[in-house]
Design a protein around this ligand. Structure first.
Ligand code: PLP
Length: 273
């Protein structure tokens, strides 16, 4: 996609938490949007206190503040697609759902974030029900990893053979599409399953040998949202997202003394001198 100088790019909105370490959350989403040729906007839900060693805490914004951020940008600027990440609490989820229901934000990608890779919670325990009941039914696409599949449906995925049952249980919650991410399976290729009730598409990628994958889930979901904002259909937006995250994992790097982030730099190597 080449954008003529002065032309307005497509727009996408992320509704998510801030990662003070800059590797995940809103920070990853906005970098991904830029790298995918989309103007990024944000409605921040919570501010996490974190570095490469983990999340030591988070502060939620008042639900009305989250709703007002969404309304402000959508009513004026508009968006071609939206993405949710860390929604933190049931009251924030209810405010987000009510606000989105009253606006046209285009396709909605829901990354059902529950915990960090270190296992630190990013969701109040009583918010799982609201995620399942008020957010997921609004989604064009949900992008759970295997831990999130288990949390949402009780289905435990041990291998590719369990992924169809997981996808069916997730589709029963009401999203139009589900992407079951098999990246955490122990061996072999990384296999994801994309389904909408009629189509079943397997997406395979060679497994990358790096521990520095902080922000990978956010980056994939944001790249998919950027593809949707650019007018791609769901399967093509997911293929774009997979290409983007594979390159970002190849470009990941150590940072601090813990887990480093996936790298968005591969897309912007021409730095000004
Ligand atoms: N912090 C925020 C604000 C996030 O949204 C997420 C993931 O969605 C994380 C941290 C955790 O990222 P990871 O699981 O890649 O470490």
């Amino acid at each position: 996609m080449t954008l003529p100088a002065g032309a307005s790019p497509p727009r996408a909105l992320t509704i998510a938490g801030s990662d003070s370490g800059g590797g995940a959350g809103v920070q990853a989403d906005l970098k991904t949007f830029l790298c995918c040729g989309v103007h990024g906007m944000s409605a921040i839900t919570a501010v996490t206190v974190q570095n490469s060693l983990g999340v030591s805490g988070f502060y939620e914004l008042p639900p009305a503040a989250v709703a007002e951020q969404i309304e402000s940008v959508v009513r004026d600027i508009g968006t071609g697609a939206a993405k949710t990440g860390m929604l933190a609490s049931a009251p924030i989820m209810r405010a987000v759902a009510a606000t989105l229901a009253a606006l046209d934000v285009g396709p909605l990608v829901v990354d059902p974030v529950a915990a960090s890779q270190h296992g630190d919670p990013l969701l109040r325990p009583d918010a799982v029900e609201a995620l399942r009941d008020v957010i997921i039914p609004m989604a064009t696409l949900i992008t759970p990893n295997l831990g999130e599949v288990r949390l949402l449906t009780g289905v435990q995925v041990h291998g590719r053979e369990d992924m169809d049952a997981a996808a069916d249980a997730l589709l029963a919650l009401g999203p139009a599409w589900v992407l079951v991410k098999g990246g955490h399976l122990p061996a072999g290729e990384a296999v994801d399953l994309l389904c909408d009730g009629t189509q079943r598409i397997e997406l395979r990628a060679p497994r990358r040998a790096t521990e520095h994958t902080h922000g990978s889930g956010d980056t994939l979901a944001a790249a998919v949202a950027a593809g949707l904002a650019r007018g791609l259909d769901v399967p093509d937006a997911v293929r774009l997202g997979k290409r983007f995250i594979s390159a970002a994992i190849d470009g990941s790097f150590p940072l601090g003394s813990g887990v480093g982030p996936v790298g968005h730099f591969w897309r912007v190597r021409d730095w000004p001198d």
